[in-house]
Design a binder for this molecule. Structure first.
Ligand SMILES: [Ca+2]
Length: 249
């Protein structure tokens, strides 16, 4: 059981070492205080403050996933990696602090989902219910209806994020031994600010999927939006679970 003092220390840690700049949240790397990796930076600057170093990182949002700031020398280094174990200890290590961009995961879980049509009881919320079973009959997976040749599924994240990736858990074999995993193919993921306009491309999965495959679709342009949509142009879209990764705006 945590004592009051420990709780207070954790609270102070979170309060001090989180900062939000232009929609990107930075958090101090927990295991890397006091070390940096000058060989790994892609840019470095002399700047006036740690805040301006973080701001620089936001200017290179497609490349910069962490930064290190030296308060004594005012050096700022930008990295294309998140916190890593492959760091080089610096001779002035105590002056360096390293921050990473905090990417939130599971931002879709238990959020409201809808789909273009529904087969039997395989409703849209089966992809965000936290149940990661992949037997369509036994578990909670989504399934669009027959004759729906433009099936889609959509989740409302209830806040705006820069989406970094979407992960789809494909259906597995069911009790009857059927394998329909190949239906997960030519899948497009889009992002939008309005439910009526979800057109910014995140990425594409050509497939075909395999049984219980965990498909990761990266969003290299970090599209911004509140809604994530998964669609295809042939019959039947089935999703056993969808995880959305993003940085809160
Ligand atoms: Ca599920």
């Amino acid at each position: 059981m945590l004592k009051t003092k420990q709780v207070l220390q954790i609270f102070i840690f979170l309060a001090i070492f989180r900062e939000k700049i232009y929609g990107r949240e930075f958090i101090r790397c927990p295991d890397l205080d006091g070390i940096h990796r000058d060989a790994a930076s892609f840019l470095d600057f002399i700047l006036s403050s740690r805040l301006s170093c973080g701001t620089k990182c936001t200017e290179y949002k497609d490349q910069c996933w962490s930064y290190a700031w030296n308060g004594a020398t005012k050096q700022c280094m930008l990295f294309s990696d998140r916190c890593s174990t492959e760091f080089i200890t610096d001779q002035h290590q105590n002056n360096w602090v390293h921050y990473k961009v905090q990417v939130l995961f599971d931002i879709a879980i238990n959020k409201t989902a809808v789909q273009s049509s529904t087969f039997e009881n395989n409703a849209a919320d089966g992809a965000v219910d936290g149940n990661r079973g992949t037997d369509l009959k036994e578990d909670f997976c989504t399934h669009t209806g027959e004759n729906d040749t433009n099936p889609w599924w959509r989740v409302d994240l209830q806040a705006v994020y820069h989406i970094t990736a979407v992960r789809i858990l494909n259906r597995g074999e069911d009790n009857y031994g059927f394998d329909e995993s190949h239906r997960l193919q030519n899948v497009t993921v889009t992002v939008g600010l309005l439910s009526s306009s979800i057109n910014t491309i995140c990425g594409f999965f050509p497939g075909p999927g395999t049984l219980s495959q965990l498909v990761v679709i990266e969003c290299p342009t970090l599209p911004m939006g509140r809604y994530v949509k998964i669609s295809k142009t042939t019959e039947f879209l089935t999703l056993c679970e969808v995880d959305v990764f993003g940085v809160k705006v």
